[in-house]
Design a protein around this ligand. Structure first.
Ligand SMILES: [Zn+2]
Length: 344
């Protein structure tokens, strides 16, 4: 492998976890792969060989009974696991390969075989809980990768940054009690799944390792820039992780059909690059993005392509949709409160 290169995961089985008419469908990943090809980016990255996760890897975050239940349920043809979350006969194996492959990608970045990475996977993971599926998610891909990273030599602390429009309640629940994992989330609030208030900061030895930045509807590029400059980046600088993982959801865009934040693709590009620069300053560039949400295919495919350009060190990016028309609400109050709560 080429250690100056970006790695990606992808497996055709991810396209077989699918349900027509559901926003989290196979067209999402198809549109991303098509865009990467069209922009000449697929030739510039290394696609890892994929593999299913061992049960031992998944149980670092999930209950054995849940894994067994999910496997048997899918083998029988699947069905709805919660009001939002479907499964079919391919879903368990897709979810298992999503975990196994993203764990390998993270390991290659830690060991320096790859410079950085983007786990292109489905089903997404940041709402999955220890004993049940939730919000389109079956296994907590990023939480599992973070916990397993801590068993690797040289990795004492990991930071997870979640810029999906929804609060990563699953990730918070799975890693929130670990003082060696910092979890930072920006999300629309109040909104699905209901968690992610400013006061959820972790407990006991893990107090302060959860940083929730709840944002009201309409917050866009300006608000995110403030949140990153005042809260996200200073929190990363202070925690000094050995690895940064990113829950990359592109549903905080103004034209996403499911939510109401107002980032542009230009704003998303800025965020991704700030995280990549932070990793370069703090942890030798070790950063892996994990695909979460994003339901406007034009936004999603361009957003991922721009992030991969950032990982490859290519300066250009595309924003064919431009900025939203409306002005943004001011978020000084929530930022000042967060500075106090987290002594930043
Ligand atoms: Zn989302």
């Amino acid at each position: 492998m080429n250690k100056s290169t970006t790695g990606i995961t992808f497996d055709p089985i991810f396209l077989k976890h699918d349900q027509t008419g559901h926003p989290e469908n196979a067209k999402r990943l198809e549109s991303i792969i098509r865009r990467l090809k069209e922009k000449g980016l697929l030739d510039k990255v290394i696609q890892l060989k994929s593999r299913p996760a061992d049960i031992d890897e998944i149980t670092i975050c999930h209950a054995k009974e849940y894994i067994k239940y999910l496997k048997e349920f899918c083998e029988k043809g699947g069905g709805y696991l919660d009001p939002d979350t479907y499964s079919n006969k391919n879903s368990f194996i897709a979810a298992s390969i999503a975990v196994g492959s993203s764990v390998d990608l993270t390991k290659d970045v830690i060991e320096g075989q790859l410079k950085n990475g983007f786990a292109l996977l489905r089903p997404p993971g940041h709402h999955a809980l220890a004993n049940r599926s939730m919000g389109f998610c079956l296994f907590g891909n990023i939480a599992i990768a973070a916990k397993l990273s801590l068993t690797q030599s040289g990795i004492k602390k990991v930071a997870i940054v979640d810029f999906d429009v929804h609060h990563g309640n699953g990730t918070q629940a799975l890693v929130g009690d670990d003082p060696n994992i910092l979890f930072i989330s920006t999300h629309q609030y109040p909104f699905y799944p209901g968690t992610g208030s400013i006061r959820e900061i972790g407990q006991g030895v893990a107090e302060g390792t959860i940083v929730n930045i709840p944002l009201q509807a309409g917050v866009g590029d300006k608000g995110f820039k403030l949140a990153y400059e005042k809260i996200v980046i200073p929190s990363l600088e202070r925690f000094k992780p050995d690895l940064i993982l990113v829950s990359a959801g592109y549903d905080a865009h103004w034209d996403d059909p499911l939510a109401n934040l107002s980032l542009s693709l230009t704003g998303y590009n800025w965020i991704s690059r700030e995280l990549i620069y932070s990793a370069e300053r703090i942890c030798g560039g070790k950063i892996v993005f994990f695909l979460e949400g994003g339901y406007n295919l034009e936004v999603l495919s361009n957003g991922v392509a721009n992030t991969i350009r950032g990982l490859l060190g290519i300066k250009s990016f595309d924003d064919p949709l431009g900025k939203p028309n409306d002005d943004e609400p001011n978020i000084d109050k929530v930022i000042n409160e967060l500075i106090k709560i987290h002594s930043l």
